[in-house]
Structure formats: C-alpha cells, structure tokens
Design a protein around this ligand. Structure first.
Ligand SMILES: Nc1ncnc2c1ncn2[C@@H]1O[C@H](COP(=O)(O)OP(=O)(O)OP(=O)(O)O)[C@@H](O)[C@H]1O
Ligand SMILES: [Mg+2]
Length: 457
C-alpha cells in the first residue's frame, strides 16, 4: 500500500468518526513518519518549528488512538494503520455485502490492491452470471499482520502459479511467516483466479467434512453444483489454501506420516497433484509431507521458507530498537526468524531500553531464549524417540556432522540414523551444507542452544 492510499483511507476513517477531515499538516506528519523522517526533518520540510511539529504530532496520535481504539504513537502508527487498512481489505469477503462492490471498504487501495473495484471482474467462465470474481473466502485466515519483504519468495510463487503448478507445499518452522507470506501472495494474485479459499487443518477435520465445506463454497455462485471438487478445479481456476497441515501427521514418528484417520488426505492431495486441471492447492506445514518427495512433476513444487535476509530492519525499526550497527548481528543470531525477532525485540525493549549492543554484550556468546522456548518445544514434542536421541547427540557435537559420522554411541543402524537425519531435515531442524568432498548437517543454532540447556527434553 502506498502513502496516498493510506492517507485517503485514514482520512476517511477520521471523517466517519469525527466529522472532520485530517488537515494538511496532519497529513504531512503522517507522510513524514511513513518515510522514516524524524520531527526535525518534518519541521524543516513544512517550514514549522520542531516544537510545533512535536505538539501537533502528539495531538494527531491522540486523535488516531481515539479513532482506531488503539494506543497509537510515532513508533507504531505506520504498522497499525497499514495493518488495519489491509485487514479490512482481506476480510471484506466476510461482510454480508461482500458481493456489493460499491461497498466503500473495497475501494481503499484502488491502484495497488488486487481487490479494488477495478480489478474485480466478471469471470469469463461465467458469462451469464452476475457474480464478480474472484470469489474469496479468507474468513478463517488469521488477521493479516505486518509483513515485510519476501520479494524473492513471492516472485517464485507467482512464477509457479503462472506455470499452472497444481500443488505447492510451503514448509518451515512455526512463526517463520508461512501464513503471512501466503496471504500476501493472495493479495497480489487474486485476479488470476475465479475462486480463492483458505482453511486451516488445526482441528483435524475429517476429509469428507472439508470437501463438503469446499463444495459449498464453490457452489454458491452456480445454479447447478458440480459433483466433485476436482470438477471445480478443472472447470474454474481455483486456489485452495490448506494451512496447519502438520496436524494431520502423526506425533512421535518420523516426519510427514499421516494419522490413521487422515490417510484419505494423502489420496486427495495425490489426486489434485496428478490430475490435469487449471487450479492450485497450497499446503502450509511445519513438516514436509512424505508423499510428494518421490513424485517427479513440474506441476508439484516445494518452498522451504527460511528467515528474513534484510527486511529484519523494518521489524527493529518498528520496535524502535537502538544501536543500528548491531542489527545484522542480532538478526543472524536468530536466523532472521520474524517471530523470534519480534520476541527478542520486545525483550530488548523490556530489559535494555532497546539497546541492542547492551543486550549482545550481556549475552556474550549465549543465545538468549526467553519466550522463544515455547515455539521450540512445540516442534520438539512432535519428534520420534530416535529423532530425540539423534538431535540431542547432534546438539552436543562441537563440529557440524559430516557425511560419515561416528555414531556408535547412538545404538542405531546406519539406515535408521540416515532416516532420522532425513526426517529432521523435513522438519527444518537440520540444514544440509554440501562441499565438493562432503556434506554437513548443521543443527539450527537456536534449537541447539535449547537442547544443550535441556538435556532431558
Ligand atoms: N515478512 C515478515 N515481516 C515481518 N514480520 C513477519 C513476516 N512474516 C511473519 N512475520 C511475523 O511473524 C509472525 C508469524 O508469522 P506467521 O503466523 O505467518 O508464521 P507461520 O509460519 O504461519 O507460523 P505457524 O506455523 O505457527 O502458523 C507474524 O505474527 C508476523 O508478525
Ligand atoms: Mg501459520
């Protein structure tokens, strides 16, 4: 969203609530903050004194706090407004008037946003139908959070969609940003599709119930419903997003094995991956399903989502962290994992008033875990007995494990050992670094640090 869209939208919210428009100075302050100016620079650009701008800005934050019922200040105004504006766009499909494009909520981002009135279309597949397409149901999606960067991943995913990929699996650790990335993708590609639906498998729905739910969604705009999901996928361009897929896999076994009650999901995914149609299923998971590893097709793709590379700066700016020269080091320590960076940023604000250098100095070479522990534990509790054995062993190796490690102390056969390494990789807990002569399997350093401190977990 660009600043003009955001200003127009904010002004409309203020007008609706107070009966008054934002004045030009208020707009200039918002624009300045958006562009990361400080009050000094905004004052200069507007030929006002620093004190005047500071006072006016303070009044503006009060006004916006009342309008949006949130504690808005200089440090969070950008993210809160953007977040709110975007989430209204995302969730407009919730509204009973969602098919009414004159609904003013849809017009917020006329130029940039895929859901703007100009981009909604009458699908060529529905010549006699009054519905506007795409029909989107993101009602079960979490509210869109602020989401920086990810340009490379978005462009890869777009390319796959352009190539009519039928099945995409996005996998990565909890909190790495899988859902946020997918929702961002949806906002950019929506007009390519006739239908888009998001569902979570968190509560492990029976496949039959999920299929009924999907069919109901697809059938809403048709006078004659089609017999099967696959018929919709062939007749229309549909995007189905299934999130939290790890829930249909077994706990305490190697990664990606279906629960006994969920075996039919395997067939369903397989059918979508191998039947000819024009649609796409995106699976989002903590662990890679085993099914598709052996299926060789250019219509099946997998994205292993890792940390942010440079965009961490935006997160730290949002928190108002200090010692900018140490930000790269801080991000590297936590592998650019956005949720961990959020957690650590609040800790640094809480304990060190935002001074990153003080925090790093205190921690020396230790990785501080604090509230990150919860996210580590939820991965570890899914491991099998052999995985636990191997990961603890790995955590206590001083060097990354080489291709032919001495594993005598583990009491595992060679094939058991390698199946376990493979499974830990499919859970994103191990990486593989290859050189010309050998491969190394470094363990995620944050997990390593946790395991060294908790040898019995
Ligand atoms: N690109 C990003 N920039 C900034 N923050 C991000 C980004 N991606 C994710 N986040 C933050 O990280 C948090 C976790 O993101 P998200 O819920 O998408 O993770 P996830 O991988 O889907 O996790 P889970 O598997 O537990 O559902 C979000 O609340 C968001 O604040
Ligand atoms: Mg998620």
């Amino acid at each position: 969203m660009d600043i003009q869209n955001l200003l127009e939208w904010t002004d409309k919210q203020v007008l609706d609530k107070t009966g008054k428009h934002l004045d030009s100075l208020q707009e200039s302050i918002l624009q300045g903050i958006w562009e990361h100016q400080d009050y000094e620079e905004i004052a200069k650009d507007n030929q006002r004194s620093y004190d005047h701008i500071k006072k006016e800005a303070w009044k503006l934050w009060q006004l916006l706090s009342d309008v949006f019922e949130e504690d808005i200040k200089k440090s969070n105004v950008r993210s809160i407004l953007e977040n709110k504006a975007s989430s209204i766009i995302y969730h407009f499909v919730n509204s009973p008037n969602s098919n009414n494009i004159s609904n003013s909520r849809v017009n917020i981002c006329r130029e940039n946003n895929s859901y703007s009135e100009n981009n909604l279309k009458k699908s060529s597949n529905f010549p006699d139908n009054d519905h506007l397409y795409p029909i989107i149901d993101l009602t079960k999606a979490p509210e869109l959070r602020y989401n920086y960067g990810r340009k490379l991943e978005i462009s890869t995913l777009k390319e796959w969609l352009d190539n009519k990929t039928r099945l995409i699996t996005i996998y990565g650790l909890t909190g790495i940003g899988k859902t946020a990335l997918t929702l961002k993708l949806v906002s950019e590609i929506a007009p390519q599709f006739d239908y888009i639906i998001y569902r979570s498998l968190e509560n492990i729905p029976q496949l039959i119930a999920l299929k009924d739910d999907l069919k109901q969604f697809f059938a809403q705009s048709l006078s004659t419903p089609l017999p099967d999901i696959i018929d919709y996928l062939s007749s229309y361009r549909c995007l189905i997003i299934l999130d939290d897929v790890q829930n249909i896999f077994k706990l305490g076994e190697l990664a990606g094995k279906y629960l006994p009650d969920c075996q039919d999901y395997h067939k369903f995914f397989h059918q979508i991956a191998t039947t000819s149609h024009q649609s796409c299923l995106i699976l989002i998971s903590w662990e890679l399903p085993r099914d598709f590893v052996t299926l060789k097709s250019d219509k099946i793709k997998t994205l292993y989502l890792q940390g942010l590379t440079t965009e961490f700066e935006e997160i730290f700016k949002e928190y108002g962290l200090k010692s900018e020269e140490k930000w790269t080091k801080l991000s590297e320590l936590y592998q650019g994992h956005p949720n961990w960076l959020n957690i650590i940023s609040s800790t640094i604000i809480e304990l060190f008033d935002g001074e990153v250098s003080l925090f790093l100095e205190q921690m020396k070479n230790e990785i501080y875990l604090g509230d990150i522990e919860d996210s580590i534990e939820c991965h570890l509790q899914r491991l099998s007995a052999t995985e636990k054995k191997v990961i603890h062993w790995l955590a206590n190796q001083t060097e990354a494990v080489e291709k032919f490690p001495k594993t005598a102390s583990l009491d595992l056969s060679t094939s058991e050992f390698w199946a376990t390494i493979q499974s830990l990789m499919r859970r994103c807990l191990l990486d593989k670094l290859s050189s010309e002569t050998s491969s190394y399997f470094p363990i995620n350093p944050v997990f390593k640090s946790y395991l060294q401190r908790n040898p019995n977990d």
